[in-house]
Write a protein that binds this ligand. Structure first.
Ligand code: NAD
Length: 265
């Protein structure tokens, strides 16, 4: 538990399912209030589960659901305004929403490239911009956590658009970490490896594909949402108060060049 988080407020994008949902749940378990962003009506029900679980009847709500497309310019301001209206401010902003798809690069449609960059990179910019504006205006030592990926470092054939977006998130995050450090604002990335969420559920349902991924992980297992949420809550807390501009890899060692494991090469 991180007592300093109790009573603080977070915004989490793409929090209806997967990592965002798990991060929002962990923040709520720490006593925080959370603006839970969901993208489409399809996901409202999953987001609502957090409200049902943590909003106690007769008490001030700690979960506020906000539908918004974070790739659009009005998305992040909607989340910021909801946090101000319901909770009076923001301490932690998590840019989590992301998409991926497989395409050989010579066949990659321009609209898929643009959509991936719009959600994964522009969405992080717009969310960070809204958070930074609020932190600067209110003189808050807030913190931003961006979900990049091991593919901020590891090239990923047929996912060039995804890797490009995540590499962008890394350097964008490092840059704003440097730009706002003098105000006590911290910015970090979480770089997950292969984690069990809806983004890769179909792939991991196939035992052979799952086993193949496990062979690429030195700890030989797929990660859990809770393991990533544990990194997020630490980066959000004062326990990481001297950490900014870094990427915390939560990947079972996937980024350690596992092909060298036996000393070959
Ligand atoms: P997921 O597909 O399970 O969830 C993604 C969430 O983003 C969903 O709630 C979706 O509705 C939301 N979203 C998509 N487009 C949106 C938009 N335009 N506006 C608002 N919300 C939108 O994915 P996940 O596995 O939970 O991944 C979360 C983040 O972590 C992503 O940025 C992903 O790239 C990154 N990541 C995941 C893994 C993994 O193995 N699961 C690995 C590395 C990085």
């Amino acid at each position: 538990m991180y007592p300093d988080l109790n009573g603080k407020t977070a915004v989490v994008t793409g929090a209806s399912v997967g990592l965002g949902h798990g991060i929002a749940r962990r923040f709520l378990q720490e006593g925080m209030s959370v603006v839970v962003n969901f993208h489409s009506d399809k996901h409202r029900g999953e987001a609502q589960k957090l409200a049902d679980e943590f909003n106690a009847p007769g008490e001030t709500a700690r979960v506020v659901l906000v539908q918004a497309d974070i790739s659009q310019e009005d998305g992040a301001p909607k989340l910021r305004d909801a946090a101000l209206e319901h909770f009076g401010g923001i301490d932690v902003w998590v840019n989590n929403a992301g998409i991926e798809s497989r395409h050989p690069t010579h066949e990659l449609p321009l609209d898929v490239w643009e959509k991936t960059l719009a959600v994964n990179l522009t969405g992080v910019f717009l969310g960070s911009k809204a958070a930074l504006g609020h932190f600067v205006e209110q003189d808050r030592k807030g913190c931003i956590v961006n979900l990049s990926s091991v593919h901020e470092r590891i090239p990923w054939p047929t996912f060039a658009h995804y890797a490009a977006s995540k590499g962008g998130v890394k350097l964008f995050s490092e840059t704003i970490a440097l730009e706002y450090a003098h105000l006590g604002i911290r910015v970090n990335c979480i770089a997950p490896g292969a984690i069990e969420t809806p983004i890769n559920a179909e792939k991991f349902e196939d035992p052979e594909a799952r086993a193949q991924t496990e062979r690429m992980i030195p700890l030989h297992r797929i990660g859990t949402v809770e393991q990533v949420a544990a990194a997020a809550v630490w980066l959000a807390s004062d326990e990481s108060s001297y950490v900014t501009g870094t990427s915390l890899f939560v990947d079972g060692g996937m980024a350690l060049y596992p092909s060298f494991e036996r000393g070959d090469g």
